[in-house]
Design a protein. Sequence first.
Length: 255
Amino acid sequence: MKSKVRKTAENALYAVAVVGLIFAVWSIAAAVVGSEFIMPTVPDTFRALGETLALPSFWRALGATLLRCVLSFAVSVALFFALFFLSSAFDAAARIVRPIVSVLRTLPTMAVSLVLAIWTGAKVAPIVLGVLVIMPVLYSSAAARAGTVPKELREIARLCGASRAQRFFNVTLPYAAGGFSESLPSALSFTVKIVIAAEILMQTAGSIGILMYKAQVYYMTATLLALVAAAVIVSVALEYIARAVLTVTLSRFGG
């Protein structure tokens, strides 16, 4: 127990030290540059963050962006589980799914986002882009872990008369689930980054992305950094919440 508390304290100390180092480098860079339009000071950025948080338009934009992130992540996870089950249960499905996933992983993200903006519109395209990026990552991670299932175990389950669904949920899925506590939270955090990047590129109205775009166009660098900081905080918070929920859920499932 003491070692766990000590480890937590050490991790917190390292985190504080890293943040302090970032602020120190930031302050030195701002002093050297000497222009608030290029490198605003730390106090100016925090002042801009406070002003941004006081705006109702910021919270509406944050809500819209978060909704896109949640929808994109939910569709990614649902599609991933469906394809993972089909490819695990049926060899023919695996031969179809694997090449598709490989192609999706090699698609140029920014180029695809431009095409999606034409096909689906600027409000829907970030959601679709998130799915096209996140789902293949989740599938590849789970497929790699599922590949460690001993062939003997699969054969025993088959000889015992287990159905395809039973073999998936009782043999394949437990092996793959070992990586969910890491892959799913990371994927959620990555979804936030993908969606916001797409909103910036597509200039999606009423989003965090368009606020960042406008701040950059009008050289409101302090506001831009404040928005980036807000996005990072939200992304990290979502990742830690998802990690905690999955840890508890998987521990109960394992128990």
